[in-house]
Design a protein around this ligand. Sequence first.
Ligand code: ZN
Length: 400
Amino acid sequence: MTKAQNSFLSLDRQFSSLPKEVKFCRNCVVSNQRPRTRFTEEGICSACLWAYEKDHVVDWKKRGLELEALLEKHRSADGSFDCVVPGSGGKDSAFVAHQLKTRWGMHPLCVTWTPFEYTEIGYQNLQNFINSGFTNLLGQPDGLVHRKLARLAFELKGDAWEPFSYGQKSWAFQVALRFGLKLIFYGENGELEYGGQEKFKNMPKQGPEDWVVEQFKGATVDEIAETGLKRGVLKESEAGRALNWYKAPPTEEIVTRGVEGHWYSYYQKWTPQENFYYAVRHCGFECNDEGRSEGTYNKYVSLDDKADGFHWYLSYMKFGMCRASRDAQQDIRRHHLTREEGVRLVQRYDGEFPKKHFKWFLEYLDITEEFFWEVMDKYRELSNVWEKVDGQWVLKHVVE
Ligand SMILES: [Zn+2]
């Protein structure tokens, strides 16, 4: 399966709603090409507006009391598990689990949907986290099917990482139902924090109904599987019910059993840099000792998986923003960087190719380098941000 077997098909349905004219936020470095992100007439993105509200409008004391009341309702008296915390061993989930356990007296059952391939530092951080006093269930889907789904998602969604995303969301619900637990704690509401739909602003929880739009680019795992079947990449036995772990349980079952997925970021102001220091202090979290990650200036975000760099690189192909941009957007909103510093870092690091794990990535997906660039080009063609000048791809707009 090394060549594009059919004419190019994309199931990433986010492009049609993107503005053709590219604009950057006047406060941070995100552009209006980030799907579902609203810009005000003054040119400020919704994530920056939310950052302001976090500092000046939200009544965190009141939300703390709401959290207290919620946990009071669920806390077990005999030490048995009373909530589920999904995470990879990264700083954010470690922060949430540790807070729930030590500050609030809860008994979290932690769950991890395994990365495609752990980096050494990612695996070590997971072990350090477990060793700091947590029970963790590691979900490992069928490795062959997982690879095939990643290969399909790479081409069809422009994101090989997507099968990880399915499990990252669904695995917690699957486990909660099997263990009879009702409370799930995700970290942050990403759409609100980083730009995206604001439907759940000032709401503590979300069911799986909006995942397809928010997380899966408008098409389900079943649609990928269907194309996989047609192309002979997947066998009948590898599709259908075999993919249940990749999906949320039926809404009716979730509602009947009273399972709720809350965001910790609703109840407590979300500051990843503080989560990082907290996780270092309490959960043995370590950052990348090789220095900054490829494509950015940062050392402690998204370290777990060898595939991570390509998730960001594909978003560069589609939206013109890569890993440094994403880090700078957040650091500006949280006052760790000025906009000028952020712009300089984006200009310096954004779009740096993740070469360290490139060979592994090609082998994992069973694709050639030629096919890899073919898919890159297809997504650049779909985007509003790239053009070809003298045979070379160049970004039409650069943040300044
Ligand atoms: Zn902004």
